[in-house]
Design a protein around this ligand. Structure first.
Ligand code: GAF
Length: 396
């Protein structure tokens, strides 16, 4: 796949930003604008964003780095450093690529064009340290990096909210995943040492400080991504919509699960729609759980917060059915460990990471036990990341 005139990426560099800089110096005619777009975690509020509910994500210290320069024509050149792959195309012919990764960039370009933003051809290169398939939103980070970079490069004056919505629209319409807004919003709006409490219905948000010196956020990466993930994601959305329709027939003012109570579900969905009822019940409970968890944080009660994380996991597993054997094993293992405050699967499900709140002093032992046990159980190495909450998209 590599074009003959392209220098290879420097994979051995410890810093993805340095590798990107070296690639750009060797291959670009001009100094690039460089953007860092973060991956995300989510503390609580899972599968609630597309139900107009609330989420509690944060941007992290793993990111996509993208360097970009203008061209004098309408050509597009993309270089994916971590894949040693390159794409060439034209602004006038945006087609989904069989290699798939260019779609995250092309989708953003298409959305900009559809909204009438004046962009010309450009060349960009990107790489990073967000593990792919780990549920840390590397694709949303790439979309956000592109929209952020193009906004700067062509002085488009797009608001931060519109950047997030545009990146989400790229994923919905060009990539074809009906994701909610959480991942793109977190990548753009992330703030160091803060969670974002986002109301996905009203698109209003507040920052909640997350500064606890005695604990660490530990991500345990199952290194599995079961193939059900994207088809089941869209099925869950449809099931939630069906539940809303059943309630709305009696309560026309209801527009999403955010407007629905457990009593309404019991009355209008439970009889005859057991599976839909379970899905909706999980979402309605999770929205309430998030509000309660935010109150825990305000009281500095991480133990109570952690218990709610376990309840979220239970709901995702038993009612929403988006967990899997590997995630369940990690959460059960975590529950028995010293110094563990809370654990649950994170993100869409069917693989990826668990998120764990662990007392600082217990972290090495926790990771060692999890890694050993996971390898014994599944014969798959476990990856563990102790993560910090960082700023969202910015130029560097
Ligand atoms: C994925 C989606 F992209 C998000 O929008 C969100 O729905 C999440 O799954 C589940 O909470 O990350």
């Amino acid at each position: 796949m590599q074009s003959p005139d392209i220098q290879p990426a420097i994979h051995e560099s410890s810093s993805p930003a340095a590798a990107l800089q070296a690639f750009c110096e060797a291959n670009f005619d001009a100094a690039p604008l460089i953007v860092r777009a973060a991956g995300r975690i989510n503390l609580i509020g899972e599968h609630t964003d597309y139900n107009n509910g609330f989420v509690l994500p944060a941007a992290i210290d793993k990111a996509i780095y993208l360097g970009i320069i203008k061209r004098n024509d309408r050509q597009l050149r993309f270089h994916a450093l971590d894949m040693d792959d390159h794409y060439s195309g034209s602004l006038d012919d945006l087609q989904p690529s069989p290699r798939h990764w260019p779609d995250y960039l092309l989708g953003v370009v298409q959305q900009l064009q559809q909204r009438g933003y004046p962009i010309a051809g450009f060349e960009c290169a990107f790489g990073g340290n967000i593990p792919q398939g780990a549920g840390l939103s590397s694709s949303a980070a790439l979309e956000c990096a592109v929209v952020f970079a193009l906004n700067e490069l062509f002085d488009l004056k797009i608001s931060d909210l519109d950047k997030a919505l545009l990146a989400q629209a790229a994923e919905n319409n060009f990539v074809g995943v009906r994701c909610g807004i959480m991942d793109q919003f977190a990548s753009i709006f992330g703030k160091r040492q803060h969670l974002i409490k986002l109301d996905c219905g009203l698109m209003q948000y507040e920052y909640i400080p997350f500064r606890f010196d005695d604990v660490r956020l530990v991500l345990l990466d199952t290194q599995v991504k079961h193939s059900l993930a994207s088809s089941e994601y869209n099925t869950r959305r449809a099931e939630c919509e069906q539940g809303v329709a059943l309630v709305k027939a009696h309560h026309p003012e209801v527009n999403s699960l955010r407007d629905v109570s457990l009593a309404m579900l019991d009355e209008y969905v439970k009889p005859g729609h057991a599976l839909t009822y379970n899905r909706c019940r999980y979402v309605v409970e999770e929205i309430q759980r998030l509000h309660d968890a935010c109150n825990d944080l305000l009281k500095n009660d991480l133990a109570a917060f952690g218990r709610r994380m376990f309840a979220t996991h239970e709901g995702l597993d038993k009612l929403y059915n988006v967990s899997c054997e590997e995630l369940n094993w990690l959460v059960e293992m975590a529950a028995s460990q010293e110094g563990l405050l809370g654990a649950r699967m994170m993100g869409g499900g069917f693989g990826g990471c668990t998120i764990n709140i662990v007392n600082k002093d217990a972290v090495p032992e926790f990771i060692a036990r999890a890694s050993y046990g996971y390898q014994q159980q599944f014969n798959v190495p476990l990856n563990a990341y102790v993560t910090n909450i960082e700023d969202g998209c910015r130029t560097i």
